[in-house]
Design a protein around this ligand. Structure first.
Ligand SMILES: Cc1cc2nc3c(=O)[nH]c(=O)nc-3n(C[C@H](O)[C@H](O)[C@H](O)COP(=O)(O)OP(=O)(O)OC[C@H]3O[C@@H](n4cnc5c(N)ncnc54)[C@H](O)[C@@H]3O)c2cc1C
Length: 382
């Protein structure tokens, strides 16, 4: 089949691995090259085995790192609990590691089959599913170029345009009541002070997370509670970011000085669609089932979903629609389970009041007991 993949992020590239060379694969990516911006991802769950089957797990592991854990601190750097990673590693072994999001893309690119036609600066403006049986779907680029294929796969992220073509009523994201901003920066001194521990502030209404990526650079993740009804993507503004988040912790204040003009900035959100396929167009990754960073498995599920789609199409042979139905039947329950878990944890991510903070601190003390972390780790992966 001729297959167009809209979006060359983690999901699109993983899918290209799964489909080539059996199919004629073109990946259309809006950005001019691999996207550099990023944050650290905890990689575990169904994506680990899927990455192994796609033959990319070794490349990912080579680019990974393992932290000691997370320390919760207040504005005066007093520690209010820590969660160690060791029990997770005991439970999951090498099936758990941390990796920067851009490094996942680079790992997938390093071994991308030559047969894949990867086109950067190729933003898709609209997608038209086939209106009648046998009619092929079309994608129209911003440049006006029109491409026709046997299958178009929307791997274009949580704010997917392709989802809008399949299910217009579900074009919008499902907000979780938080906004997240994140950037990487060079500062060997901050990286050395952090060492192998990530840090999260134990503050009210907003929080700063900080971790060293290597011995030269670190990343700052800032989150705050926002109107849970808002869906529009916020606009990054470094000065405003510094004003909103200053005073949470001395290290976070120093990190804020590095805020660039452009950085990751979006609502923490999920996505959903009542059906993932229509007229030869289907959805994968965050476009189909974003779970949000609160569930912590978006990348894992993006890779697992891409592999499930490739396998289902392989098994279906010439019966494309049977393959798409089988893919959704396999993947939807897995994704919906992770989405429910993300929604359950949404209320507890940032404390709203001093009383709520006391409850969260008590919960962390319980969590820091190794056996409980191991139990939770096992439940996360089954
Ligand atoms: C702060 C933060 C922390 C996170 N932490 C974790 C974690 O710990 N663990 C975890 O597993 N997940 C985590 N996630 C989630 C994870 O990043 C995503 O779930 C995952 O990247 C989904 O991959 P994707 O390829 O489906 O979508 P994306 O990564 O969004 O890729 C979509 C691609 O499509 C391209 N595109 C969009 N529109 C078009 C268009 N019209 N035409 C062409 N190309 C287009 C974009 O440029 C992009 O390259 C986190 C997310 C955030 C924001």
């Amino acid at each position: 089949m001729e297959i167009l993949i809209v979006g060359g992020g983690v999901c699109g590239l993983a899918l290209a691995h799964g489909l080539a060379p059996a199919h004629d694969v073109t990946v259309l990516e809006a950005s001019p090259g691999p996207r550099g911006g990023g944050y650290m991802i905890d990689f575990f769950g169904p994506g680990v085995a899927a990455a192994g089957r796609l033959g990319v797990l070794g490349e990912m592991r080579a680019r990974s790192r393992v932290f000691e854990g997370v320390r919760y601190v207040d504005a005066a750097d007093r520690e209010h609990g820590r969660i160690e990673v060791a029990p997770l590693i005991d439970a999951l072994g090498s099936d758990y590691f941390s990796i920067l999001r851009p490094q996942v893309e680079l790992a997938l690119l390093a071994a991308l089959p030559d047969a894949v036609d990867l086109r950067y600066s190729a933003r898709v403006r609209e997608v038209h599913p086939g209106a009648r049986p046998g009619e092929r779907p079309r994608a129209v680029l911003e440049s006006g170029e029109e491409l026709i294929a046997d299958l178009v796969v929307g791997c274009d992220g949580v704010r997917s345009r392709v989802r809008a073509a399949i299910s217009p009523a579900h074009a919008d994201v499902v907000p979780m009541g938080y906004r997240a901003s994140s950037f990487l920066f060079e500062d060997p001194q901050i990286a050395a002070e952090l060492g192998d521990w990530a840090m999260l502030t134990d503050s009210l209404e907003r929080t700063a997370g900080l971790y060293a990526c290597d011995d030269r650079s670190a990343a700052l993740l800032l989150m705050e509670r926002v109107d849970p009804a808002a869906t529009a993507r916020p606009t990054p503004d470094a000065d405003e970011l510094r004003a909103r988040f200053s005073g949470l912790h001395p290290l976070a204040d120093r990190a804020l000085e590095h805020a660039p003009a452009q950085y990751y900035d979006d609502l923490v959100a999920q996505s959903s669609a009542p059906a993932w396929s229509r007229g030869g167009v289907t959805l994968a990754g965050d476009a189909a089932h974003a779970v949000s960073l609160l569930a912590g498995q978006g990348t894992s599920l993006a890779i697992a979903g891409a592999e499930a789609l490739a396998v289902s199409l392989r098994h279906a042979g010439p019966h494309r629609d049977a393959g798409l139905a089988e893919y959704e039947r396999r993947m939807r329950p897995v994704a919906e389970r992770a989405q429910r878990s993300g929604r359950r944890s949404a209320g507890t991510f940032i404390s709203r009041s001093p009383a709520e903070r006391l409850v969260h601190r008590a919960g962390r003390r319980l969590l820091s007991a190794g056996p409980l972390t191991r139990l939770i780790a096992r439940r996360l992966v089954v």
